[in-house]
Design a protein around this ligand. Structure first.
Ligand SMILES: [Zn+2]
Length: 181
């Protein structure tokens, strides 16, 4: 891990700002210089402000399609052009054999549509290299929530949201690690 070439190290892609703490705390808590953070979408408001301030986060700049488009069910294509957005990022960052692209593997623990779509699209555009699982201690779980409240104070309410609460109480995190094809 320490023999990374100059320049690019790791790219962390999340569907929304705050996912990096909620789902990849084990990564974020000792983040390294050179790590790059990208959010697929950037919600309006303070949450995105925090994202940029704390993580220097970038964005793919894609919009959420919503559940229905022109009266038609949006299906799995919740974020249009996600595949192209990922391909574009691959080019812009000149990702190569040494690059690691990391996303939260939340599909079956927390099934938000954007999260499921991101995992699916990553498998199309990149090749899955690894799957890392952490079991957080109770102290780590507490520290994670403290960090979340510190960095995203206005998102406090979601810690009480049922699906998030269930997920947090499991104390498990999964990172999917991808490389270029
Ligand atoms: Zn999210």
């Amino acid at each position: 891990m320490e023999h990374r070439p100059m320049g690019l190290s790791r790219v962390i892609i999340v569907p929304h700002p705050d996912d990096e703490i909620l789902f990849l705390y084990s990564y974020v808590k000792d983040r390294r210089k050179g790590d790059l953070y990208y959010s697929v979408t950037l919600p309006k408001g303070i949450r995105s402000h925090y994202w940029v301030r704390v993580f220097g986060g970038g964005t793919l700049g894609l919009e959420d399609k919503g559940k229905y488009v022109d009266g038609e069910y949006a299906g799995s294509d919740w974020i249009p052009n996600l595949e192209q957005g990922l391909e574009q990022l691959e080019k812009e960052l000149s990702l190569d054999d040494n690059s690691e692209i990391i996303v939260p593997g939340t599909s079956y623990l927390y099934g938000h549509k954007h999260h499921v779509q991101l995992c699916d699209m990553m498998k199309k555009v990149f090749v899955e290299k690894d799957r890392i699982k952490w079991y957080l201690t109770e102290t780590e779980q507490m520290d994670k929530e403290i960090m979340f409240l510190k960095e995203y104070p206005d998102q406090k309410h979601i810690l009480n949201q049922d699906d998030i609460r269930d997920y947090l109480d499991f104390g498990v995190e999964v990172a999917l690690v991808f490389g270029v094809k």
